[in-house]
Design a binder for this molecule. Structure first.
Ligand code: TMP
Length: 213
């Protein structure tokens, strides 16, 4: 039996990390076998690559080098962690996945989307999510939330506003092009409304019963 891969995507400050963690905890409480992971990271190799990617000292990193590093971290995560867990029938919830490369290095940096799709296929061996939540928020609001969150302000956060705007538009375009996989949620709503929307889509799209919630 193949388990389920559920991914959370969104621009900076959309709250996707909080939501992905919350959903993992909830499903675990309900008795499901759940693995929470994040990109880039989730393996020792991936965490080392994450540090490299986030460091301000690498401000001159080329877009192609950046795309390859994200994909290298993803390849390690899929092969060593995600695939084995899915093969055993578990639910994997990932805070970002391959769509982040299309949004940031494709729509944001301007690399060719088809080439990036090929790169993603190579990195993941063709593993695609069963369901992807896009937590959508206005760029200014998201960045403002991130500034007050206390989270580290990374090399990518520091890019200009127009970059983040292209990322957001890219996400919206991908979600519109593939509506059976994507669910768009307005992340500017109160947290309870975002949570309720996530649960109702899980029931509706995946038939995942979550008793008492
Ligand atoms: P986050 O964990 O705070 O979301 O940080 C990850 C950063 O890396 C965020 O700015 C988005 C960016 N990113 C890419 O540019 N491409 C990718 O493929 C991934 C996974 C993340």
């Amino acid at each position: 039996m193949r388990g389920l891969l559920i991914t959370f995507e969104g621009p900076e400050g959309s709250g996707k990390t909080t939501m992905a963690r919350w959903l993992s905890g909830l499903l675990r409480e309900k008795g499901y076998r759940v693995l929470f992971t994040r990109e880039p990271g989730g393996t020792p190799v991936g965490e080392a690559i994450r540090e490299l990617l986030h460091a301000h000292e690498h401000a001159d990193m080329s877009a192609r080098a950046e795309a390859l590093l994200f994909c290298a971290a993803r390849a390690q995560l899929v092969e060593r962690v995600i695939r084995p867990f899915l093969t055993e029938g578990g639910i994997v919830i990932s805070d970002r996945y391959a769509d982040s490369t299309l949004a940031y290095q494709g729509y944001g940096r301007g690399l060719d989307l088809e080439e990036l799709r090929r790169l993603n296929r190579f990195a993941t061996g063709g593993l695609e999510p069963d369901l992807t939540f896009l937590l959508d928020i206005a760029v200014e609001q998201g960045l403002a939330r991130r500034r007050v969150s206390g989270d580290a302000w990374t090399r990518l956060d520091a890019l200009e506003l127009s970059f983040h705007q292209r990322v957001r538009e890219g996400y919206r375009a991908m979600a519109a092009a593939e509506p059976t996989r994507w669910v768009v949620i307005d992340a500017s709503q109160p947290i309870e409304a975002v949570q309720a929307a996530i649960l109702s889509h899980l029931r509706e799209r995946l038939g995942l019963p979550i008793e008492g919630s």
